[in-house]
Write a protein that binds this ligand. Structure first.
Ligand code: SF4
Length: 309
């Protein structure tokens, strides 16, 4: 029987995305694309464009054997790996028994490994039992990144997120309960001008109930080819164009976060006008003061030209 040729390189379906904090992690392609994009959800997201236009990026879960082989290849090529990020959005969709094999293989292969992380949609967490999540955490899956986007139900419906705020909150609470750290992302400006106030207030309230380990805000950038772009052209979504209105949102949002903490809050993504970093609740007043100072001195804000770079 003909022996299968062994691959020499790890497989990647490009372009790949990972959170800013995973910049030095070994990336392992566990799934390709995003199941939510495949379902036509999230009108603002570039994954929906990839799903439609790049055949190689159509959502799929890779066979476990291929993922394990990639980890072995990585083990031969890289020394001293201490963090692994499982690509793409949403590797947490993989069923618990298979995900366990993948996480365990990571730790067997890299003796210095301290963290395995991945993106998760809320239903990927809700479909897993408490025991499965606990087992995954014990195996070393210790951080999940979840896109809340907004804590306001009307905003979630406007951008077709396809989930409720309650489910999003429950998924984070469930992961927290299993001891898995949670990093929650929201998008400033996602409610447009009309829903800006309730987007900010209710996102702060959702963060309070979630009490995640990390909470990060991006600022909306319109991706060409998305449904959101069409909505803007049709006048169905009025984009916030004044950076000071975005600062008002982030101020209102932080003001409404009453989580017991500690929640590490960041706006370090390149889409933001003002980088902020602090731990809530301890740094709440300092963060609010920084925002108010920036409102009084907009020259310090990242220019439109530099956003996203
Ligand atoms: S779940 Fe995240 S990656 Fe997937 S389509 Fe929605 S925003 Fe994009």
């Amino acid at each position: 029987m003909k022996e299968q040729t062994k691959r020499a390189e790890m497989y990647y379906a490009e372009p790949v995305y990972r959170p800013p904090s995973e910049a030095y992690s070994l990336l392992v392609q566990a799934t390709v694309g995003c199941s939510c994009a495949a379902a036509g959800r999230c009108y603002f997201c570039n994954s929906t464009v990839f799903q439609r236009e790049i055949p190689e990026k159509k959502f799929r879960i890779r066979p476990t054997s291929e993922i394990l082989e990639d980890i072995e290849i990585g083990g031969r090529q890289y020394r001293g790996v201490d963090k692994i990020f499982l690509l793409d959005s949403n590797a947490m969709i993989i069923k618990a028994p298979e995900l366990l094999k993948i996480v365990r293989k990571c730790y067997e292969t890299f003796p210095r490994l301290k963290q395995v992380a991945c993106y998760a949609c809320c239903e990927d967490i809700l479909r897993k039992s408490d025991d499965e999540l606990l087992e995954l955490r014990k195996a070393g899956l210790n951080l999940v990144f979840i896109g809340l986007e907004s804590g306001d139900q009307e905003v979630l419906e406007l951008i077709n997120k396809g989930v409720t705020v309650e489910d999003q909150i429950e998924s984070v609470v469930k992961a927290n309960r299993a001891g898995i750290q949670t990093s929650v992302t929201v998008i400033l400006g996602l409610g447009g001008k009309r829903l800006s106030h309730q987007h900010a207030v209710n996102t702060g309230k959702a963060a309070t109930l979630m009490n995640p380990s990390f909470f990060a805000a991006l600022t909306l950038m319109v991706v060409p080819g998305t449904v959101l772009e069409d909505m803007i052209k049709r006048g169905e979504f009025e984009l916030i164009t004044d950076p000071l209105d975005i600062l008002k949102e982030v101020e209102l949002m932080i003001d409404n976060i009453e989580a017991p903490g500690p929640v590490v809050f960041r706006t370090n993504h390149a889409s933001n006008y003002l980088p902020l970093k602090g731990t809530l609740p301890a740094d709440k007043e300092r963060l609010l003061t920084t925002i108010r100072r920036a409102v009084g001195n907009p020259a310090i804000l990242r220019t439109e030209y530099m956003r996203g770079l």
